[in-house]
Design a protein around this ligand. Structure first.
Ligand SMILES: [Zn+2]
Length: 272
């Protein structure tokens, strides 16, 4: 079984203007994901941004009621690697409290906004542990243009920290000898042929580890960017690329492979 995860955020606020309001687009798009998952009888893990939980607590409660796992995707969506220790502590405390208030359940797992735990701010893991998180999925296990750590282990592993430890769970990257192919989500996931994605995910399973894939509510909303006139054309093109086919290919993968919640997947693979 592999892990289906969603970073729940509202595109314009999370990608363009951190001070923008959270809009009902995130509600509508998360609703689309829930319909897709229902149709495939799959439950997943939703890393919810704190500002989204604050704005739409009812949506978070619905996710819990429907049997999905709810965890944290930070509070503001500002990158962690640009935060000083005090700002990071504040961000993490708000991230945890807002989602816990909305979910009515403890939040113990974290995924950083834009995979912003890098080689230069690994100390953020200590702050996460101090804030009460025990599982982290914030480190992209290869270096790509904006994030990732070169040569990072591909499999889930436990890191011993100054205060306790952290179960680090990287998202899916397929290893072919020294070559690493990211197949977890984002642009690669939207553009690689569906059969290649399926083969890569099966290969990761055959390697003895679960594939952790991620997506965003807005990827299920082709044409949404038309509601944001004035965006630079290059940004519009790269962001829209692959969105039209996204729901169909995700549905096909959910039907052809076994996916579930991250906590259940880790338990099934005996990861502690
Ligand atoms: Zn995000």
């Amino acid at each position: 079984m592999h892990a289906f995860t969603v970073d729940v955020e509202d595109w314009y606020q999370s990608c363009i203007d951190y001070d923008a309001p959270i809009t009902a687009r995130v509600l509508r798009n998360t609703g689309t994901i829930l319909e897709v998952l229902d149709g495939c009888s799959v439950r997943g893990t939703f890393f919810v941004q704190g500002r989204v939980a604050e704005t739409f607590p009812g949506m978070v409660a619905e996710l819990v009621a429907a049997g999905h796992e709810v965890q944290s995707h930070g509070y503001s969506h500002r990158p962690l690697d640009r935060m000083a220790p005090a700002a990071l502590r504040d961000e993490l405390a708000r991230a945890k409290a807002t989602v816990e208030d909305a979910a009515g359940a403890e939040v113990t797992a974290f995924r950083a906004q834009d995979f912003s735990v890098l080689a230069g701010n690994l100390w953020a893991l200590e702050a996460l542990a101090e804030a009460g998180f025990t599982t982290d999925s914030s480190i992209f296990p290869m270096r790509v243009s904006r994030y990732g750590i070169s040569g990072w282990p591909l499999e889930p592993h436990r890191l011993i920290l100054g205060v306790g430890s952290m179960l680090e769970v990287p998202v899916a990257v397929c290893g072919l000898g020294r070559l690493r192919i990211p197949v977890a989500g984002g642009g690669y996931f939207r553009l690689l042929p569906e059969r290649m994605l399926e083969r890569a995910i099966r290969a990761i399973g055959a390697d003895g580890r679960p594939a952790v894939i991620y997506c965003h509510p807005y990827e299920f909303a082709p044409g949404e960017l038309a509601g944001h006139p004035g965006l630079p054309w290059k940004l519009r093109v790269t962001q829209e690329m692959g969105r039209r086919a996204f729901e169909g290919r995700m549905t096909a993968l959910l039907r052809r492979l076994r996916f579930g919640r991250l906590d259940e997947v880790l338990a099934a693979w005996g990861v502690r």
